[in-house]
Design a protein around this ligand. Structure first.
Ligand code: NDP
Ligand code: BG6
Length: 521
């Protein structure tokens, strides 16, 4: 069945946000919906209905969902915001009884009658404990037989392979796979979407993207803040489930997969699953865990001092792990994934470290002169791609210097705005484009690789130690040694990456006033 479309070809859906009183809804979902509305990506007829247990009247609801919508001072945006809010209504109801969903259905019929729309997009911005009751309630009471039904499901999708399969089976009994959109918002990030284009349209990268040229790949997620109020949820999951098994693993599959047969969602997802199938489960000796303690100056509390964290918790807030891909392209190239909260920096990046030149081994230019090339894809903040390379230092001698070919989005694409990940993905779901959503077999493979180690970690029996690292530091002190084990070589020459706009905005943050010294986590 195809969606009803407008004259400009955009499908028109009624959008239902379940869990509309929550944190994600107010911080991400509604701002993303407004962004799509403002830029004309969703039709003026679109109606948005919020649903949650909290009792609130419409003005309270509208106030809540507009709190995080930014840059609303220009008259054009103000007018658009008023129009957008005009289209949003709220229904209060519980998640496990028909009554609430019947009220929701009445509201859906009312708005659909008003704007002649029949297709429905349900966004479950809800804790996983209620995914199934809600999916059930919707199927029973709010599933339209006149048009399309699409269901966006948030992460975490299960706790391990078994629970994820149980969830998949339960959802699969209610909705077809082409109706289910498992969201991983990292797949909506600009630089993550750029990976396939970089790899498969540039001969320079395409021809050296393999074990003959690449020594190791590092994928790093660093957050400066700790759990700060989200400790209840986080403590149950830990950093490996919260970030590594999904966000970083999606990046890994895009970096490592073979070229898909086409850009069709199934071909892309087949290529991702194929590479995941060649990865064995993570092993204990190739994992490093940490939990943040108090900052060295005492200004920031430790994880255990967060009121929302259970006393004495051993949950890891930092994890590094090595993955090995057993196929002809990647045999022998470790992929090291690292993620942590309360670290020294806020950044997500992919660092592909190439092997050294044979001439370097022969000491043509002397020892340690030509450092390894690195291709760095900076996902956030300040999207950029740069290639680190050795050059002659201008002058009479033959001294070398590490420099870079640098594409900083802020300086190259000055007139273009990078869309928010959720905007990208909600629009994909409206358009019926599933390639940036996670298919159930992809999820299954990711859980297969992680489940044995997660079960060991969950036992908290000391076999995998959890090292305390200070809030605001680079993580556990064993980290440099850990990444060296997997072939990562730290450049001996000091290197700075000229990060233009951030530097301009905050000169004191940059080394020598014009560049930022790379952190080697
Ligand atoms: P919230 O804890 O804010 O929950 C959303 C809403 O669900 C709440 O407003 C509440 O609404 C209802 N709710 C909360 N706890 C329960 C419960 N135990 N039983 C039934 N209903 C409950 O979660 P978030 O908005 O932070 O997250 C929603 C989903 O999005 C989760 O799956 C989360 O993992 C995922 N996510 C969140 C991110 C974020 O930045 N917040 C980022 C990425 C993913 P009411 O009581 O009114 O019914
Ligand atoms: C979420 C995790 O999925 O991603 C959070 O639950 C994490 O713990 C967040 O902070 C990071 O997302 P972003 O888009 O800010 O990098």
């Amino acid at each position: 069945m195809t969606a009803n479309t407008l004259s400009n070809g955009r499908p028109v859906f009624t959008i239902v946000v379940l869990g509309a009183s929550g944190d994600l809804a107010k911080k991400k979902t509604f701002p993303a919906l407004f962004g799509l509305f403002l830029h004309g990506h969703i039709a003026p007829q679109t109606r948005i209905v919020g649903y949650a247990r909290t009792k609130m009247d419409r003005p309270d609801f509208l106030k809540r969902i507009s709190q995080h919508i930014k840059n609303t001072t220009t008259p054009k945006v103000k007018v658009a915001l008023d129009q957008f809010l005009d289209q949003c209504t709220y229904v209060s109801g519980v998640y496990d009884q028909d009554g609430g969903f019947q009220d929701l259905e009445k509201e859906l019929k009312r708005v659909e009658h008003e704007c002649k729309v029949q297709d429905r997009l349900f966004y479950m911005a809800l804790p996983p404990s209620v995914f199934i009751p809600v999916a059930n309630g919707l199927k029973k009471n709010c599933y339209t037989t006149k048009g399309i039904n699409r269901l966006i499901v948030e992460k975490p999708f299960g706790m391990d392979l078994e629970s994820s399969r149980t969830l998949s089976k339960a959802l699969g009994a209610l909705y077809r796979e082409d109706e289910i959109y498992r969201i991983d918002h990292y797949l909506g990030k600009e630089m993550v979407k750029n990976i396939m284009i970089l790899r498969f349209t540039n001969q320079i990268f395409g021809s050296c993207w393999d074990r003959d040229h690449i020594s190791n790949v590092q994928i790093t997620f660093k957050e400066k803040i700790g759990t700060e109020g989200r400790g209840g949820y986080f403590d149950e999951f830990g950093i490996m489930r919260d970030v590594m098994q999904n966000h970083l693993f999606q990046i890994l599959s895009l970096i490592a997969m073979e070229a898909p047969a086409s850009l069709n969602a199934e071909d892309i997802r087949n290529a991702k699953v194929d590479v995941l199938r060649t990865i064995p489960p993570v092993i204990e000796s190739e994992v490093l865990l940490g939990q943040y303690g108090r900052s060295e100056d005492g200004a920031h509390p430790s994880y255990l001092e967060d009121d929302t964290v259970p006393k004495g918790s051993k949950t890891a807030t930092f994890a590094a792990a090595a993955f090995h891909i057993h196929n002809p392209r990647w045999e022998g190239v470790p992929f090291v994934l690292k993620c942590g909260k309360a670290l020294d920096q806020q950044k997500v990046e992919i660092r592909i470290q190439f092997k050294e030149m044979a001439a370097n081994n022969n000491n043509l230019f002397g020892k340690d002169v030509a450092a390894r090339n690195e291709l760095v894809i900076r996902v956030q903040p300040e999207e950029a791609v740069y290639l680190k390379m050795t050059q002659k230092l201008p002058g009479l001698g033959m001294e070398t210097v590490m420099s870079e070919l640098n594409l900083s989005y802020n300086s190259r694409f000055t007139n273009l705005q990078v869309p928010d990940a959720y905007e990208n993905l909600i629009l994909d779901a409206i358009m019926g484009e599933q390639s940036n959503f996670v298919r159930s077999d992809e999820l299954d493979e990711a859980w297969r690789i992680f489940t044995p180690i997660l079960h060991k970690i969950d036992r908290h029996d000391g076999s995998i130690p959890v090292e305390v690292y200070p809030y605001g530091s680079r993580g556990p002190k064993q980290l440099p040694e850990f990444i060296r084990r997997f072939g990562f070589e730290r450049h001996l020459q000091p290197y700075t990456w000229p990060e233009t706009s951030q530097t301009a905005a905050n000169p004191s943050s940059a080394a020598a006033g014009s560049a930022e010294t790379e952190s080697k986590l």
